[in-house]
Design a protein around this ligand. Sequence first.
Ligand code: MSP
Length: 674
Amino acid sequence: MGRFYATTPIYYVNDVPHLGTAYTTIVTDAVRRFHQLVGDETFMLTGTDEHGQKIEREAKAASLEPKAFTDRISQRFREAWPRLDVHADRFIRTTDSDHEAFVAELWKKVEAAGDLYLENYEDWYCVGCESFKTEKELEPGNVCPLHKKPVERIKEETYFFRLSKWEKPLLDFYAAHPDFIQPVTRKNEVLAFVQGGLKDLSVSRTTFSWGIPVPGNPKHIMYVWFDALANYRSALGNGPLTRFWAPEAKVVHFVGKDILRFHAVYWPAFLLSAGFSREQIPATVFAHGFLTVDGQKMSKALRNAVDPLKIAEKLGPDVLRYHLLRAIAFGQDGDFDHAALLERYNADLGKNVGNLLNRVLGLCARNTDGKHPDDDVATDGPIEAELFNAYEQCVGAAFTNWQELAPHLALEQTMKLSSAANAYVDRAAPWNELKNGNTARVRKILSRLLRVLEAISVMLWPAMPAKADAMRAQLGLPPVRAAVGIDIWPMKMPSVRAGLALAPAGPLFPTFDEKQQKAILDELAPPKEPAVADPKPAAPSPGAGTGTGTGTDTGESAIVAYDDFAKVDLRVGVVKTCEKVPKKDKLLRLTVDLGEAEPRTIVAGLALSFTPEKLIGRKVIVVANLAPREFGSAEFDGKKVKLVSHGMLLASGPSEDLRLATIDGDAPPGARLK
Ligand code: MSP
């Protein structure tokens, strides 16, 4: 038992909470809950990252002062997480005055250590990453590989941080602390980066003002990452909470792989420079992978950013939490698929755990007066021994998995235990024992099962706190109550609770039949109207943000630079063939002549407005350089084929009354629009 301090990244307020940010936040909360179960004293931190050029520009685009803008979006994050049953101990904002004061002090310490110097600087900068880029890191056309946007040339006076001086100490530190960077594959990337040589880092800017002023030289504001990384320590202040930054505390930063370098290289270097000892550097930075949605990168352009709150509202936060924690191997990239979420819910929660609970409660209602039975007459047989072995193995492995930051494996073990208990019900066949009048044996069987169910309720709690407690209520037990210094992980099978009344309350995880699944999917992930430009909503959604990067589309049009617009290849096309897509009400599959060797196949959401005959021969406007997009599969002439669209038609209006964009006169197929 010890102290455990878990942090999420602080999120930029250029976007509202989406599935990606929810993912990190849910994992952090779940791991911290596991540590609560084992009696650790814990602290969890999340918050918002509010300074810097990116936010200043977003605020301007929204015609708001930066502070008013950040107040608005930060609040969205603050309100979102409790709705996913995430309860951090502090929600920090980099505009909080105690944070700003701490960062100024940190700067002074780094300066006193001789690690800052002023110089003129010129380099490429990606505002999306808030990071300088070397030419090597850029794609042709000086495009940032992450944001797919041209970087900017920056030339100004800047303070440099002597990162080069820390190269060797960092390498020594990594060698002495093999768990600092996880998982190992990511660690190797960081090692290679540092071994390749560290250049000094520009840590101040003069060409905008939204940030923390450099002490003694307010013409400069601090680099947003110097400011942001410090949140992990500033949040604890200088009082009693510093016990979470002491050598005996375990500090774990959960981050996405996109921001590992900042956490694993810059942050420890800043800390060492400011005089923190090696023991006061966090224990672990864990870089998880990125989520795609239904096989595609989440992006505003594709309008596919998933709103976690919508799922939580429909299915309860626990269902989303469970799926994210179980379906994605923590540390690897993963795909989020709405249909898979429902399938997993049915299989793991409905048919496995939920079924076990129902069966056992039903048997108890009929045979033990609705109470926990005793277990002191019949002796154990081989199947009890087998269940016991499965118990020891699963509970022990799940414990290690949580400790080693592998929630997907911990939950796999939890399900394995539930399957073993279901198998035990079948093999023990209490209904047969009853026929033979073996009531003592029936009591043993049910008592054993209730004890396993109690253990499962605890094992599920980090992932599904509300459902775990609801399960316990049916078992007649109080909610999980974690307390510092008391380890309640069920390493040993919970004791017999003879006489305690059960409180069955209907299925905890009612399964969804096909029709219900379809209805849920239609609501949560309505089929996109592919290959037809989706009209913007009439008015921006209230309180929504604007911005770049992944995230929910707020309905407000962002300004695009001419160069960006010029990348869109709009062409005149002529529809050659057109047919309805079986079983997809809205879709048509067309081939369109764009003056190329072969006509293009395009899948379009036009079927509610046009019959195929009405389209054949028509001139249309096509976005010709859109990445191919898949819309599941369909059967044509008894053959299942993938529906892949190689372009998008432009149209306007609601899906049942669409008007196609077209062109005057006789422009030939393939003519470019400019
Ligand atoms: N403000 C910085 C972090 C500063 S921490 C001192 C930042 N913010 S962010 O809003 O861009 O959020 C980044 C984090 O959100 C990622 O590191 C990752 O944890 C999470 N994710 C955002 N999109 C994601 C996916 N598509 N998939 C998984 N996680 C993603 O960077």
